[in-house]
Design a protein around this ligand. Structure first.
Ligand code: PMP
Length: 438
């Protein structure tokens, strides 16, 4: 179903956007070009110019089943007609119960207690607060720092920024405001490369030295996203779990980007066969329909917090458990649970590897490395790129790819057809190797 574009956006509205509306990581005085999307369906975004683009981004990891999905639309409309929102304090409802049941069933059996919240960053705040409250309840309030790894990214809110890589230019302005958390060197050994214990040495040293003041380790399992789209060795994650157990430190895994199948496992932690104490999920949880996230912890974490000096966990967002978001999330997870995602993601991975192989083997003077894991393909350039210029070239080729830093990368909806994926990869390769682009 391709929606018809009946009219384009008036110039005055485009000017208003430039003059009055912040976009992510944008400037009000020198706004980058913005493309005006009128509608989206399947894997296509329809621009007001009449052009359609194959979406390579899933709206930043979210739209795993594509846009304008009839079952998701119907689930949302049905719920809105019943009850679009109601407070969650002292009240519960079917969509929240069904969603939490799916989350408990889909995740590791040890993860039992769900806290619903509004966005990925907020779920990270909640996880950090749970870790601090856990140790406070155990009468070890000195355990309130976090150990993380460089190149990590956990969101843009205050707590989340201070467990993200302090050298990342996204947050460096703010680092002087925050707690002095501890950072180990980022893992260097790739997903498929041979493991060497040296990779975990710095982490080992830091946890050994500081464990008495560390509440939790927090990291993105297997794939570091905004810090460079880097895939690391599952052995690293295995060792992290062992060291957390050895030194009595909680492990928080941020599966906000990697969750719900993206890396070829339902959750990326499954590559290492480990379970965290607390886990954050978001993004694909509603298939990109509405904003929602969740924090899922072990019963033991929940019990300790509940037995502490406040007797409850100290967090309660207004839009907690929003029924419309929960209902569309339930349908999204039902679609996921039919199992088709596995062969979709495996097929995407196979095609990405096949199409990238010649360039991986021959190399290119502008390209540093090409990486693939599940439904994620990354070309890392040697030099930073002109985002607006590259973006324009992608749009001319009929694809939506949003480069950043030195990275050209895709994580398409799982439902993408082989033809569309071929065109997406062709576009990525031709832009990356275009000698006329700086
Ligand atoms: N953690 C990770 C790993 C992320 O990729 C993101 C979003 N890019 C976040 C946290 C923050 O999520 P949100 O943007 O929904 O606040």
């Amino acid at each position: 179903m391709n929606p018809k574009i009946s009219d384009s956006i008036p110039q005055e509205d485009k000017d208003f956007d430039k003059q009055h509306i912040w976009h992510p990581y944008s400037s009000m005085s020198k706004p980058l070009p913005c493309y005006h999307v009128k509608s989206a369906s399947g894997v296509r975004l329809y621009l007001d110019s009449g052009q359609s683009l194959i979406d390579g981004m899933s709206s930043w990891w979210c739209a795993i089943h594509g846009y304008n999905h009839q079952e998701l639309n119907d689930a949302l409309v049905k719920q809105v007609n019943l009850m679009s929102h109601v407070m969650f304090g002292g009240i519960t409802h079917d969509p929240a119960i069904q969603l939490c049941r799916h989350l408990v069933e889909l995740t590791n059996p040890k993860l039992e207690c769900v806290f619903l919240c509004d966005s990925g960053s907020v779920s990270v705040e909640v996880a950090l607060k749970q870790a601090i409250q856990y140790w406070d309840s155990k009468r070890q309030p000195e355990k309130k720092k976090f150990l993380s790894i460089k190149r990590g990214y956990h969101g843009d809110t205050f707590g989340a920024m201070f467990v993200s890589d302090p050298e990342n230019s996204m947050h460096s302005i703010y680092t002087s405001y925050g707690p002095d958390n501890i950072f180990a060197e980022a893992p260097q050994i790739g997903f498929d490369d041979e493991w060497n214990e040296a990779d975990i040495e710095d982490f080992k040293r830091k946890i050994e030295k500081h464990h008495k003041i560390i509440a939790a380790v927090i990291l993105e399992p297997i794939l570091q996203g905004a810090g460079g789209m880097r895939m690391y060795n599952p052995q690293y994650l295995k060792r992290v779990r062992e060291l957390c157990d050895k030194y009595d430190v909680l492990l928080v895994l941020d599966e906000i980007a990697t969750g719900f199948g993206r890396t070829g496992k339902l959750f990326a932690q499954e590559h290492a066969n480990i379970c965290p104490d607390i886990m954050c999920v978001g993004k694909a949880i509603t298939g990109g329909y509405l904003t929602l996230a969740a924090v899922i912890s072990t019963r033991s974490v929940a019990n300790v917090i509940s037995g502490g000096r406040t007797g409850c966990f100290m967090h309660g967002p207004t839009f907690m458990g929003n029924p419309a978001a929960c209902a569309v999330s339930v349908k999204n997870l039902e679609i996921l649970r039919t199992g088709a995602w596995k062969s979709q993601v495996d097929t995407i991975e196979k095609i990405l590897l096949k199409k990238f192989k010649p360039l991986m083997e021959s190399g290119h003077r502008k390209i540093r490395q090409i990486r693939v894991l599940g439904a994620v393909g990354v070309i890392e350039m040697k030099n930073p790129i002109d985002v607006a210029l590259y973006q324009r070239r992608f749009v001319e080729l009929g694809v939506w790819v949003r480069p950043f830093g030195k990275l050209l990368y895709i994580m398409p909806p799982y439902i993408i057809s082989e033809d569309d994926l071929n065109h997406l990869v062709y576009s990525l390769i031709s832009v990356a190797t275009d000698e006329s682009l700086a």
